[in-house]
Design a protein around this ligand. Structure first.
Ligand code: IPM
Ligand code: MN
Length: 353
């Protein structure tokens, strides 16, 4: 029997609640498809930081490296200044574990939940491959004359040929494997970011022409891409983009697929430890009320199983989620699902069994 050691980081706010439902569902999938999951919990997050004054132990990344996958709930605490936990836990782990891909599928499971007029589940089904280790996120930059009228703040976008190329190669491979429209769209800003996206564009065409002749290459400026997400989401198959643009367009993507209650993502190191998470935040105002939607977390569990090679189980979770979303849920919004958080987890687990 296949068995997987999984690190669990429930994190802050509603993170632990949705993670419990995620665990419930992947365990149900394991029981049905014959694999075992061994969970090890870590308490990294705001509460631990407030108690110990340590954001993340230096040993954390090395310890987590032993696991093929991490299930993450959410990071972000109302009593901790913004940025400390996000940079100190989430971004630090993405970097130290070299999770250089942030994979974010945008798939509408039921027409009722799309805010776009006349768009259906057929129209909204694409995937964003976001570069996850470089760009504006590295923390490169600084202040000069801070606090004076002459203050200068510089925030640099780092784009290495190696980092860009490995992201592009992953995106080409993914597009090929997905085999839907066999089209990869580079989303950039070549008309203004004439250094960064010059590198991206050259690498995109070089890699594509040399190694992926069967994949059609397309390009969209990021501003136009946001317009098309709303006007013609059916135009997209797979999109590859840098860290910052990927962050921004995937929140829009999440809305198009029905909201933060359903949007999941994977921080992927194809050769190492990957970390799966609902892409919404910790939603502190809903903590402990049992009203938050666990489906995004459950969909991140589906992505984790897919990544681990349990493809049948992953497909079964997706089918169960679709059934629950279409037939049993009032809305995807917190407090308005017609069910509690745990009940939604139960519904998906029951559908699986
Ligand atoms: C995300 C989040 C993070 C990001 C924040 C919390 C640092 O918005 O996962 O998209 O910007 O990457
Ligand atoms: Mn974001």
């Amino acid at each position: 029997m296949n068995s997987y050691d999984i690190a669990v980081m429930g994190g802050d706010g509603t993170g632990p609640e949705v993670t419990a439902e995620n665990i419930k569902v992947v365990e149900a999938a394991g029981a049905k498809f014959g694999f075992k999951l061994n969970f090890t919990e870590y308490d990294f997050g705001g509460d631990r930081y407030l108690k110990t004054n340590e954001v993340l132990p230096d040993s954390a990344a090395d310890e987590l490296r032993k696991f093929p996958a991490i299930m993450l709930g959410a990071i972000g605490h109302p009593d901790v200044a913004p940025g400390i936990l996000e940079k100190g836990i989430l971004l630090r782990l993405r970097f130290e574990l070299e999770q250089y891909i942030n994979l974010r599928p945008v798939k509408l499971y039921d027409d009722r939940f799309c805010p776009l007029k006349d768009k259906t589940a057929e129209d909204v089904d694409f995937v964003v491959v976001r570069e996850n280790n470089e760009g504006l996120y590295t923390g490169s930059g600084g202040f000069v004359f801070k606090g004076t009228p002459n203050e200068i703040a510089v925030q640099e976008s780092i784009n290495t040929r190696r980092g860009v190329e490995r992201c592009l190669r992953y995106a080409f491979e993914y597009t090929q494997k997905r085999n839907k429209d066999n089209t990869l769209t580079l989303c950039g800003k070549t008309n203004v970011l004439t250094y960064a996206f010059d590198l991206w564009e050259r690498a995109f065409h070089e890699v594509g022409e040399a190694d992926y002749p069967g994949i059609k290459r397309d390009y969209a400026h990021v501003d136009a891409a946001t317009m098309w997400f709303v006007k013609n989401p059916e135009w997209f198959d797979v999109i590859v983009t840098d860290n910052m643009f990927g962050d921004i367009i995937t929140d829009l993507g999440a809305m198009v697929q029905g909201g933060m209650g359903i949007a999941a993502g994977g921080n992927i190191n194809p050769e190492g430890t990957s970390m799966f998470e609902p892409i919404g935040g910790s939603a502190p105002k809903y903590t402990g009320q049992g009203v938050i939607n666990p489906l995004a977390a459950i969909c991140s569990g589906q992505m984790m199983l897919e990544h681990l090679g349990e493809t049948e189980a992953a497909a079964a979770i997706e089918a169960a989620v679709i059934k629950v979303v279409r037939e049993k849920i009032d809305t995807l919004a917190a407090g308005r699902m017609g069910h509690s958080t745990a009940e939604v987890g139960d519904l998906v687990a029951a559908e699986l069994a």
